[in-house]
Design a protein around this ligand. Structure first.
Ligand SMILES: *[C@@H]1O[C@H](CO)[C@@H](O)[C@H](O)[C@H]1NC(C)=O
Ligand SMILES: *[C@@H]1O[C@H](CO)[C@@H](O)[C@H](O)[C@H]1NC(C)=O
Ligand SMILES: *[C@@H]1O[C@H](CO)[C@@H](O)[C@H](O)[C@H]1NC(C)=O
Ligand SMILES: *[C@@H]1O[C@H](CO)[C@@H](O)[C@H](O)[C@H]1NC(C)=O
Ligand SMILES: *[C@@H]1O[C@H](CO)[C@@H](O)[C@H](O)[C@H]1NC(C)=O
Ligand SMILES: *[C@@H]1O[C@H](CO)[C@@H](O)[C@H](O)[C@H]1NC(C)=O
Length: 535
């Protein structure tokens, strides 16, 4: 009996009333009940000092300790988003920890979730990312808010405002997890980072960044990773953006004002003044290599040279990413197709820089040919317009990372093509895939809210099992005899992009988009300028 008590005290610091003594102060969690049983939740714990005043736009600082018990019973307002539809605050750097509803006597693996939303919207709220289904597989899940849009990504292009504050929030969160998660029963040496879309892109940033070394041992990139560059998530001329904003805030500002004056001005104005300018186009920037900088290297260069955090990786995409975007409306697809047919240079990726001697029309024709053939037309092939868009936004970069990274670490590639309740309300375009960007999230989070049929719940059970197996063992299919999965998911090799297709059944396939990938390689390597900023 004595031994049992000592073991419990040693391994877990959660008391009967769900209170925990963290290094920064005491918190009290609560139980969340759902149809399939309950979990424990510790929500709204500060992981950084509120980023206000002269901390606005800057790297986060560790949290300030507190004295009274913190009622960790609800997630906090989201950071300030592009649109004012949710409850938002500049004071938003809070973390939520979810554990199985029991006394934890061992150290559990931990999955940290980084939300997507183009780095302009989203939050770690329970309404958006209720992790019950994942936690019930006996892991700990961590969600949190990080700064987005203007507040997370404004930069002056120098050390006045370095930029990427939102990514630095994520880094601070990972440090917090490392030093706090044991108090919840988590194992600080078994942390997997995961995210979707801009969250996957964020995971990809940490994977290639030596300043994040040792903070995680596995990574999951859903529909976005280290090489994915969306126009919306990357910023080309940050200094001009900052000056333009300052000129709106104070019309006497000119280009001769220093960046330090711009910083002081923008830090001193009321939050509402900035909120009125939330359309300001911000995103990830390459920072000067000075103290406090985080993103100073190009991901492609890091990956190719093996100079990254060599952790096992799951990455993949849904069967038709572009279906979620405005072009998926049939007349819009045909119009877009017509534009591609009449001006093939519109097919060139925005992050593609042609070599000096290259004819962009020739490159455009190569791209066109891979989708509709030499004499074909996009106008008559709306499905091909969609496929081009899916590849151009997400798939190409993910297949390239799978290939390059498989030289150095275990890599598991997936396609999510299960056509369930989450996808069925959308019109089908003949010949295209049927699962749109972000549809797969409902099979991981808030499953009881979104899913309806037995087939949905089965797809979810398998999806959750693959992800939680990876968090536990770094192998998504460690047990051949598990009847839920009944499959072995093989790793990618540089020569074989084999993958698991997550559909009504699980199947191992290969050669996905082989012809298109050959074309993109030809385009980038033979016509593009190195170093590549993405792929
Ligand atoms: C959760 O509950 C629903 C509804 O009762 C059920 O259909 C489903 O199979 C359960 N899911 C799991 C993973 O147990
Ligand atoms: C959380 O606890 C605080 C303080 O006791 C209380 O005011 C609040 O209503 C609680 N919120 C929820 C959602 O239970
Ligand atoms: C901009 O520079 C001018 C000239 O040095 C100075 O008078 C003014 O105060 C500066 N504006 C701000 C907002 O710092
Ligand atoms: C073709 O598209 C490119 C890229 O969008 C654009 O710069 C160019 O002006 C267009 N050419 C014509 C003739 O419309
Ligand atoms: C462009 O020039 C480079 C070197 O100057 C050469 O390697 C490459 O083959 C040329 N590309 C084309 C398409 O002519
Ligand atoms: C597992 O898969 C094999 C085929 O790969 C099949 O023959 C077998 O019936 C499956 N077992 C279960 C329990 O579904």
């Amino acid at each position: 009996m004595m031994w049992v008590i000592l073991t419990i005290l040693f391994f877990s610091s959660v008391f009967a009333d769900l209170s925990i003594d963290l290094p920064d102060g005491k918190v009290r969690g609560h139980e969340i009940q759902s149809q399939n049983g309950s979990i424990y939740a510790f929500q709204g714990i500060p992981y950084a000092t509120p980023p206000l005043g002269n901390l606005r736009f800057q790297s986060p600082l560790p949290p300030q300790p507190w004295n009274d018990i913190l009622e960790a019973n609800q997630t906090r307002e989201s950071c300030i988003e592009l649109l004012p539809f949710t409850s938002q605050s500049e004071d938003c750097l809070y973390v939520n920890v979810y554990t199985p509803a029991r006394q934890i006597t061992e150290s559990l693996p931990v999955l940290v979730w980084i939300y997507g939303g183009g780095l302009i919207t989203g939050s770690g709220s329970y309404e958006q990312y209720g992790p019950d289904a994942l936690v019930k597989e006996d892991i700990i899940v961590v969600t949190f808010n990080y700064r987005i849009a203007l507040f997370g990504f404004l930069s002056t292009g120098d050390d006045a405002i370095l930029g990427n504050a939102g990514l630095k929030d994520q880094l601070q969160l990972l440090k917090w997890v490392k030093s706090n998660i044991a108090y919840f029963g988590g194992d600080p040496d078994k942390v997997t980072i995961s995210g979707q879309s801009a969250g996957g892109i964020s995971v990809g940033v940490h994977v290639v960044n030596s300043k994040a070394a040792g903070l995680f041992r596995g990574a999951i990139c859903q529909s976005g990773c280290s090489l994915t560059r969306l126009d919306i998530t990357s910023q080309k001329d940050p200094r001009k953006v900052a000056y333009d904003l300052a000129k709106i805030v104070n019309p006497s500002v000119s280009d001769s004002n220093t960046t330090s004056e711009i910083k002081d001005l923008l830090q001193s104005v009321d939050v509402e003044v900035l909120r009125a300018n939330m359309g300001t186009p911000t995103g990830v920037v390459l920072e000067p290599d000075v103290e406090g900088a985080y993103v100073t290297e190009l991901s492609f260069t890091q990956l190719e040279s093996g100079n990254f955090n060599r952790v096992p990786l799951i990455l993949g995409f849904v069967s038709e990413e572009s279906l979620a975007f405005q072009i998926s409306f049939l007349p819009a697809l045909m119009l877009q197709g017509l534009q591609y047919d009449t001006n093939v240079t519109q097919l060139l990726p925005s992050d593609f820089l042609p070599q000096e001697n290259v004819s962009t029309k020739e490159v455009g024709n190569l791209i066109k040919e891979a989708y509709v053939g030499k004499d074909g037309y996009f106008f008559l092939n709306p499905a091909k317009v969609l496929q081009f868009a899916s590849d151009n936004m997400f798939v190409r970069s993910i297949l390239k990372q799978a290939e390059v990274q498989s030289n150095f670490t275990p890599v598991y590639l997936y396609q999510f093509s299960y056509y369930g309740t989450m996808s069925q309300s959308r019109p089908v375009i003949e010949g295209a895939g049927k699962v749109a960007h972000a549809d797969e999230l409902a099979y991981l989070f808030n499953t009881e809210k979104w899913l309806k049929t037995d087939a949905d719940f089965l797809a979810s059970k398998r999806f959750v099992r693959l992800w939680t197996n990876f968090a536990k063992t770094l192998n998504p299919t460690p047990d051949e005899t598990d009847p839920v999965l009944n499959i072995t998911w093989p790793q990618v090799t540089p020569a074989n992009a084999q993958y698991i297709d997550i559909d009504d059944t699980l199947q191992i396939k290969s050669n996905i988009k082989a012809q298109e990938s050959t074309m993109w390689d030809n385009v980038f390597y033979n016509y593009g300028r190195q170093p590549f900023t993405g792929f």
